[in-house]
Ligand binder design. Structure first.
Ligand SMILES: [Ca+2]
Length: 391
């Protein structure tokens, strides 16, 4: 598609002649108003959550965690003693020989009997005491609780905002999450109200006080004001949040005329830094239009992340991130850019570097006759496990 791919170049020329040209040579092919109108019909875009499981199907992790913690504590108490049994096997046998009244050694470990729950005891017998005198029960009675440290299922941490929600925390705000035991914990902002809550925010734009014209390192770590301000959560946090579970993405938009809309995607994943934080997204529903998968020419799915100082885009003659002052999953270049500049007046001229959603209801007429573009008043990107469903 040489024509469309050259658009940024054309716009570069336009940038040089900023204010002189009235020609709309922006990157998004939004001339086909008929197509846009079709996408925005509510009847075609109504969200359908009927197939998603209800929250009640989730296990009560809180209870499980408590049980496991209790068990672990007891085992911690008993383990050192068990080591003594193994190491002191000879001593025990000697004691036995000396004291004829004693029963077989294993039965005379009072702490074993009192400190370990019945369901756990067979494990310890088989591992530690089996060499002494295995009981027949040891072989036939499988352990009911495993205390192996690798058992992450029972010890699962609070992975994201949906886990907080399931534990009864229903107030929106900043929470600590641990996506998995391999990654570190960090803070996120949770929306516990929208469409059943449980949303982990990846991004928020609402006042323009934070610049999104940032480097690769800054987009990797995240920046901005998590609690109540504009922010980017950080690619090195978004990746683990989407790595192990199927997540859905929700984009909330409001323009300066007070018009609101949303775009929801059934699946959303951001790969590791080694894979340049490549985006996987699809399964659109909503009212704002599918700008992330606008067309074959402008498709943000399967695109690597680009920043002004790191060109991973598909535009051969320049860096889309530098051109649009943003870090984003640029194609060549974009039909959506939610990390564009925040224009506090909402309207601006020149390069289309504002917050942009190429399927917005009036986007095709924004440029004429006022010769102005429009930005957005507020934007939020948030994710939730697909299994969480909707209330
Ligand atoms: Ca490039």
């Amino acid at each position: 598609m040489p024509e469309t791919n050259q658009n940024p170049l054309s716009e570069s020329k336009e940038k040089e002649q900023e204010g002189k040209s009235n020609t709309d040579t922006t990157s998004a092919p939004i001339q086909d108003k008929k197509q846009l109108d079709h996408r925005l019909e509510p009847s075609h875009n109504a969200p359908n959550f009927s197939n998603t499981p209800q929250p009640g199907q989730e296990p009560n992790l809180n209870q499980k965690n408590n049980k496991v913690q209790q068990t672990d504590q007891r085992l911690q108490t008993s383990r050192p003693y068990l080591k003594q049994i193994s190491a002191g096997e000879r001593v025990l046998k000697t004691e036995y020989n000396k004291t004829s009244k004693l029963q077989p050694p294993f039965r005379h470990m009072p702490s074993m009997r009192t400190s370990v729950r019945p369901g756990v005891k067979p494990i310890q017998r088989s591992k530690q005491a089996g060499r002494l005198q295995p009981s027949p029960q040891t072989k036939t009675d499988p352990p009911r609780i495993s205390w192996a440290p690798s058992d992450n299922t029972l010890r699962s941490p609070i992975r994201d905002c949906s886990d907080h929600m399931l534990r009864g925390r229903s107030r929106s705000g900043v929470y600590m999450v641990t996506p998995d035991l391999r990654s570190s914990s960090f803070q996120v902002y949770c929306d516990m109200e929208l469409d059943g809550g449980g949303w982990t925010l990846l991004q928020r734009r609402q006042d323009g006080r934070v610049s999104f014209n940032r480097t690769w390192v800054e987009y990797r770590a995240g920046f901005g004001v998590l609690d109540g301000g504009d922010f980017w959560l950080g690619n090195n946090k978004i990746h683990p949040l989407t790595r192990d579970r199927d997540m859905e993405l929700r984009v909330e938009l409001e323009d300066f005329q007070g018009v609101t809309g949303h775009a929801q995607y059934e699946y959303f994943r951001v790969a590791s830094e080694r894979l340049r934080y490549r985006l996987t997204v699809g399964g659109y529903s909503g009212t704002a239009g599918d700008a992330l998968r606008f067309s074959k020419t402008y498709d943000h799915n399967n695109r690597a992340f680009t920043t002004p100082d790191r060109d991973n885009d598909r535009y051969p003659s320049g860096n889309c991130g530098a051109y649009y002052s943003s870090g984003w999953w640029f194609d060549a270049c974009m039909a959506a850019n939610l990390n564009g500049r925040y224009y506090t007046a909402g309207r601006y001229k020149g390069v289309r570097d504002g917050i942009f959603w190429g399927t917005w209801h009036n986007i095709s007429s924004e440029y004429y006759p006022t010769n102005e573009r429009q930005s957005f008043k507020s934007v939020r990107m948030m994710i939730r496990p697909k299994s969480f469903g909707s209330h």
